[in-house]
Design a protein around this ligand. Structure first.
Ligand code: 9PG
Length: 507
């Protein structure tokens, strides 16, 4: 029988030895996996990315552990789950014990033991009672600009895509990262001369729902908001800024969502985006709101995050809200969809990221499938976004089987999106995409995702050495900036070439 009790710390003696441990990563991109009870998963590298990929408070924990919940497959064949029903909780496998800890005050814990995965459904039901569920609307079919153009979007190239989608059954046309002046300054840049209201109107005229990306809880030093409001930023006890990671060649910092002015600003920002005409909003890098730090109004860090999210949810009215890079449990009930894994990429895996950096939150299709499959129990509460699927096979390095596995996962999630440009698709691939967009939901049991599940590890001494060097290099801002710049240059060149080729046709 499931049991609910209130405690700051709870310790459960396992009735039978642990074989596998369900490790639940904190936010969308953090690893969720069934690991061997004895397995040591190395600390991911580089450490500069820790705040944006994992819960930095537990990064050095040696025991198998996870955020909010943990579960054990035991030798007797049963599964025992320990799940928090409140904020700021962590679970550890400690030999023959499953230990749950809240960071500050006591809170509720669910303990359940079943023959099968049913324990996850019991946990989801209790979460639903406390945090609520999404609204009962079907997830839309989405064209998203990220995985083809990355930040190199312009009004012109996106309007070409809009035309090229023609009669493909997409509901939403979502503008991703690249439209804004800076991370923190959510004003259209010169690449969108009609403004975002103008572009949203264009999307609507084409018969699609306008969608947009924002990362409202982070700021970069080059933004105006960073310079104008130093008192809005999350700091430590000594007043030093808390790092929210490193991206776009810059340090990332977090807004303090307990600051009344920040809440007002978040509300005004999301209302502005709505007034531009966007009915689908992807809020990204949300973990920043729940990082450990000293807040203006002291409260649990995940509760502080939820306050920020709730403020935005209210301001968004009936818009579809997709959360991304989001702490999983504290986002429930406030969003319609949630990214439940890291980013996909046009490759399956990457030796550097998997073996040398032990980083399973870095974009890559196998990483995305692994974590998403292990979070499918969330389907009872929210639309589960597995990220985009690929169809233009000449544009990615995956095998047909790998491409198909990602497409099938989208059908299991019943959340369908792509970034492939219509001009990339051969006739057969376009047909395939159309069939996919019209397809019914698939059952998880009827699919085999096992090829994506293992956690690659290497015992080779050379790998250990290279790993140490790479870990060091990955923390050097100059190297990160240079690689960001080189990657950007390469992408720009590719896109230019392609635009030239398609000059008279559609992009
Ligand atoms: C826009 C992108 C897209 C994408 C989001 C997010 O940890 N990482 O290295 C990491 C890199 C990129 C990233 C997330 C994490 O992408 O998930 O869909 O919107 O931002 O910048």
């Amino acid at each position: 029988m499931p049991k609910i009790e209130n405690a700051k710390e709870i310790s459960i003696l396992l009735p039978s030895p642990a074989k596998k441990y369900y490790r639940h990563g904190w936010q969308s991109w953090s690893l969720a996996t069934w690991q061997d009870a004895e397995q040591k998963i190395a600390i991911p590298k580089p450490s500069i990315l820790h705040p944006m990929q994992y819960d930095p408070a537990y990064i050095h924990e040696k025991r198998p552990h996870g955020s909010s919940l943990g579960a054990v497959k035991m030798e007797n064949g049963k599964i025992l789950l320990l799940g928090a029903l409140d904020f700021d909780a962590h679970v550890f496998l400690d030999g023959d014990k499953l230990i749950g800890q809240y960071e500050n005050e006591a809170g509720e814990w669910l303990t359940a033991e079943c023959d099968k995965d049913e324990v996850f459904n019991l946990y989801a039901a209790e979460l639903g009672k406390r945090f609520g569920k999404n609204r009962e609307v079907k997830a839309p079919n989405i064209w998203c600009s990220w995985y083809s153009f990355y930040t190199h979007i312009t009004e012109k190239n996106l309007s070409n895509v809009l035309k090229g989608l023609d009669d493909l059954p997409f509901d939403v046309f979502q503008v991703d990262d690249g439209w804004q002046q800076a991370i923190g300054d959510w004003i259209p840049n010169e690449k969108f001369p009609s403004g975002m209201d103008g572009f949203a109107a264009q999307i609507r005229r084409a018969g699609r729902t306008p969608g947009i990306w924002l990362a409202p809880l982070i700021v970069v030093p080059s933004s105006k908001i960073y310079r104008q409001h130093p008192d809005w930023l999350l700091r430590d006890k000594k007043g030093k800024l808390i790092s929210a990671g490193f991206n776009w060649g810059e340090n990332l910092y977090a807004l303090d969502t307990t600051h009344p002015e920040v809440l007002e600003w978040l509300s005004a920002l999301t209302k502005k985006v709505r007034s531009w005409g966007f009915d689908y909003v992807k809020l990204d890098f949300l973990y920043a709101g729940a990082l450990p730090g000293v807040r203006k109004t002291p409260m649990k860090r995940e509760q502080a995050y939820r306050l920020g999210l709730e403020t935005m949810r209210n301001a968004l009215g009936d818009a579809y809200l997709l959360t991304c890079g989001a702490p999983i449990i504290p986002s429930l009930g406030l969003c319609d969809g949630m990214r439940i894994g890291p980013d996909v990429a046009s490759h399956w895996d990457n030796h550097r990221d998997d073996v040398l950096l032990s980083n399973f939150a870095i974009p890559g299709t196998r990483n995305a499938i692994r974590t998403t499959v292990n979070r499918l129990w969330l389907k009872a509460l929210v639309h589960t976004d597995p990220d985009v699927a690929y169809f233009a096979s000449a544009r990615n390095t995956m095998t047909a089987t790998q491409e198909k596995m990602l497409q099938d996962l989208a059908l299991v999630c019943n959340y369908k999106a792509t970034s492939d440009l219509p001009s990339w698709l051969r006739a057969k691939e376009r047909e395939n995409l159309e069939r996919f967009l019209n397809a019914e939901e698939k059952k998880k049991e009827k699919n085999n995702f096992s090829a994506a599940m293992p956690i690659p590890q290497s015992k080779r001494v050379q790998d250990k050495l290279i790993s140490a060097i790479l870990g060091w290099a990955g923390n050097q801002r100059l190297i990160l900036r240079a690689s960001n710049w080189l990657g950007d240059k390469e992408l720009k060149k590719k896109l230019k070439k392609q635009l030239k080729k398609n000059k008279n046709t559609l992009c």
